[in-house]
Design a protein around this ligand. Sequence first.
Ligand SMILES: Nc1ncnc2c1ncn2[C@@H]1O[C@H](COP(=O)(O)OP(=O)(O)OP(=O)(O)O)[C@@H](O)[C@H]1O
Length: 552
Amino acid sequence: MCTCMLPVIMAPTTMELHDGGAIMESDNNIREVCLVWENLEVEVVSSYSNERRKKVLNGISGYAEPNRIMALIGPSGAGKSTFLDALAGRLGGNVRITGNVTLNGTKTTTSCRNINYVTQEDYFLGTLTVRETLTYAAHLRLAANKSKDEIDKVVAKTLDEMGLEECAESRLGNWHSRGISKGEKRRLSIGIEILTQPHILLLDEPTSGLDSAAAFFVISSLTSIAHNGRIVLCSIHQLSSEVFNLFDDLVLLAAGETVYFGERTNAIKFFADAGFPCPTRKNPPEHFLRCVSPEFDNVLSLMRSKNVNDTPSSWNSLVNMTTEETKWNLINSFKNSMHSANVREKIREIKLRKEAVIERAYDTSTLKQLCTLTHRSFLNMTRDIGYYWLRILFYILVSVCAGFLYLNVGTSNNAILPRSKCDGFIYGFMTFLCIGGMPFFLEELKVFEGERFGRRYGEAIYVLSSFISSLPFVVAISLTSGTILYHMVNFHPGFSHYCYFCINLFCSISVTEGSMLVVAALVSNQLLAIVTAAGVSVSISSSHSEQITRLI
Ligand SMILES: Nc1ncnc2c1ncn2[C@@H]1O[C@H](COP(=O)(O)OP(=O)(O)OP(=O)(O)O)[C@@H](O)[C@H]1O
């Protein structure tokens, strides 16, 4: 669906909570939650670059209160994503963080489930439709006692809120089939995270890929969510004045420093007081970014070299100063301003509150997580032509070819060598064909990683559900290929040998599938999952070697 098909209606000024939303019961508590970041410093340690340590955030402080939506702007590389990652507790391994992130004065942990985060990248299972994706997400996120009808209602409401009704039955698309647009994927990512109406919603560029009407629509929806007792903080590029006016607060970052923090409406006065007034007919966020983005210096010199005289009027106040100088002027002005003093005072006040914040548990039961994940993975597999059907076809073709190569090889002593070669050929190919499932598997891993960071389910559940969902596939190809090969190669006659042979095939294919689970476990970096996956693999491979010995 193109974005022009978005409903023209404005988002409601106060959004109703989802019926049965997971956090309805703690609504009063939500209104008390305040997010504070204090002296937040993030340093990247790079093993490749000569400049081994780089400060991405340099001791920034601030706070976010309920019922308000905050825009996070800044030039590219200013540290916006790093800042959001730090608030959500999702920084990578090569990053060192100091300072505090607290909820009502209590330090947040990486397992804090009160914060939902829409990251910059959208990862989905490409064969599912928009509605299916939201429905599975709702089953994983909402309380286990919600009926199917209640969940369907929440999904329908979210589709409506995000303007996704038109493409609800469209598939998302993957490496071999085009699906919904990038903007629609963005809105779907937001829809998934608002299913539970979280206390705090962080969004990294929620409007990237959207046209201005769609961006306005999305930010209106987020404003409604915020004005219902939540905290919404989103980084954003290319703000039109209409969208800018929807925000309550503004954070402007540059080079990891705060250039401005406070109410959106006070920003213009701050820039004027600092000596960089916004021209009357200039879009304020554009002017703010112009003042702190060094790239504009290059644009200016390029325009001068081409004798372009109509430089924007807002640049006149800056032409005698490089952007670098302007930026540091503003940073120092902010440090010494009453805005900065107000921030320190407000943080002190919030820290004194010390009101407990209810930590949400996993929203649904372990059994429901396992069933939902298994069902989702199975549906995705069977719809993926490359993963399921093409691989089954290849298995049959390889079996027929190997059968012809070793046709009626016999069971005499002379046949021992050809039979071993046949074994090697078959198992080599079978293992090789498993690798064909890798693109599918990588796609699943990305989704798993996002959901694991969102604390939706444990790693062991994922490993188990992957194993169960791939079982019908492994059994089907073991039986088909086993039957073809057994009859063509003429192994030992008898039903028991036929069974041995099929089990052998099942084991060798499962070992590769099991190895993929180990990869998942390693990626998830969880001991429990590594042990589960390795256990599955080792038990399969040990029975495999036993079967081979018996067969030869
Ligand atoms: N894990 C990391 N490893 C190496 N460099 C990093 C890492 N995280 C952040 N950086 C660097 O920190 C700087 C800030 O990155 P960040 O993604 O936060 O910027 P941004 O303001 O979100 O930029 P954009 O608007 O382009 O998305 C960049 O120079 C980036 O290369």
